[in-house]
Design a protein around this ligand. Structure first.
Ligand SMILES: Nc1ncnc2c1ncn2[C@@H]1O[C@H](COP(=O)(O)OP(=O)(O)OP(=O)(O)O)[C@@H](O)[C@H]1O
Ligand SMILES: [Mg+2]
Length: 246
């Protein structure tokens, strides 16, 4: 059993590793709007599951809550892309047996009292072994997880009360022309699209388009949903489409 769990002095020393950048929560969208009720409803302490369809704003909501909370150390794990072995190694915990990974992870979270965000969970079975006995855990999932004793918040689509439009306008006017043009043109693509499709739409080389798409993602105007796969949030797409005629 790893010393993280048994509490030996080695474990204590190992646990002082800083949270590596890739396991820190990224910033929420710059133009975050609404969600006042949801933000107020997420409790510190215990497990809260934010469930809802893809692109509805679960991750953004969780990140905003973490940013507002600011107290203590926070740990972000994207369950869709990050593996726990790698995370444990980043904390100096090498050579953990496969059947001990979850327990060592729970021990690490408990000992450091991390506020934990488990993003993109696909089932209760995936999440349950990772939950520490105490502390605050946020989980996002496209499906309802029905975890015992967890608070479950169903995240509904945002309705634009006008504030989002104004904020998007502000981001839009700051865009260089290539990015602004891509934003306007790609918004007519109804679903997920990749670099070659965007390049064909814009009539530009893949490499230029790739950089411009990355800029849009950085400005929270576009969502990266996989390896070089992009999609607009519905409200952002609607905003971008209005720019076509201006
Ligand atoms: N409250 C908000 N204010 C502004 N932008 C938002 C808000 N919520 C979500 N967005 C934007 O909408 C897009 C999709 O949001 P997000 O990634 O949080 O969705 P999700 O529900 O986590 O989707 P998935 O299931 O694919 O992970 C992002 O570009 C995000 O910046
Ligand atoms: Mg998400």
């Amino acid at each position: 059993m790893s010393d993280v769990l048994t509490g030996t002095s080695t474990g204590a020393i190992r646990c002082t590793y800083d949270v590596p950048r890739r396991f820190r929560p990224p910033a929420p969208p710059r133009h975050f709007v609404g969600r006042d009720a949801e933000l107020a409803g997420i409790r510190a302490g215990g497990v809260t599951v934010l469930s809802g369809p893809g692109g509805v704003g679960k991750t953004a909501l969780a990140l905003k809550w973490l940013q507002e909370r600011r107290s203590g150390e926070q740990l972000y794990v994207d369950l869709a892309t990050q593996d726990l072995d790698r995370l444990l190694r980043a904390f100096g915990l090498d050579g953990v047996a496969a059947d001990e990974t979850a327990a060592v992870f729970r021990g690490l979270v408990a000992r450091r009292q991390f506020t934990l965000l488990l993003d993109n969970a696909d089932s209760a079975d995936q999440v349950t072994p990772l939950l520490p006995a105490s502390g605050t855990v946020l989980v996002t999932s496209r499906v309802k997880l029905d975890l015992p004793e967890a608070q479950e918040i169903e995240v509904e689509p945002l309705t634009d009360d006008g504030r989002l439009g104004q904020l998007l306008d502000r981001s839009y006017v700051e865009l260089p022309e290539r990015q602004a043009r891509l934003y306007r043109l790609c918004a007519w693509e109804p679903g997920t699209f990749g670099v070659p499709v965007a390049a064909a739409i814009a009539g530009e080389p893949d490499c230029d388009v790739e950089d411009a798409l990355d800029d849009l993602v950085e400005k929270s105007l576009l969502t990266e949903v996989g390896d070089y796969a992009f999609r607009f949030h519905d409200l952002v797409r609607a905003h971008a489409r209005t720019k076509r005629y201006q």
